[in-house]
Design a protein. Sequence first.
Length: 90
Amino acid sequence: MPKRQSGNKKGKQSNFAKLSIFQPNKYKFKKNCPLSGKTAPVIDYKNVRLLKKYMSENGKILPSRITNVSQKKQRELSLSIKRARNLALI
């Protein structure tokens, strides 16, 4: 009795490899943090106008993938938003 071969043959690609989701991204866009740099505003719990830019209408903190804020600045931002909430400034 001849042996059966499994679904994929050696020369063919699987369907998963053909999908664009599983292929490496050719274009990488560099995102600049709006809170880093020389002219960037200082993150402070008293600066309510700045903090409201990084909050949703419901009062939740927006994620850094949406706002393009660096990880370090996101931590500072979330801490200052929480402080402003606690003091009822927001």
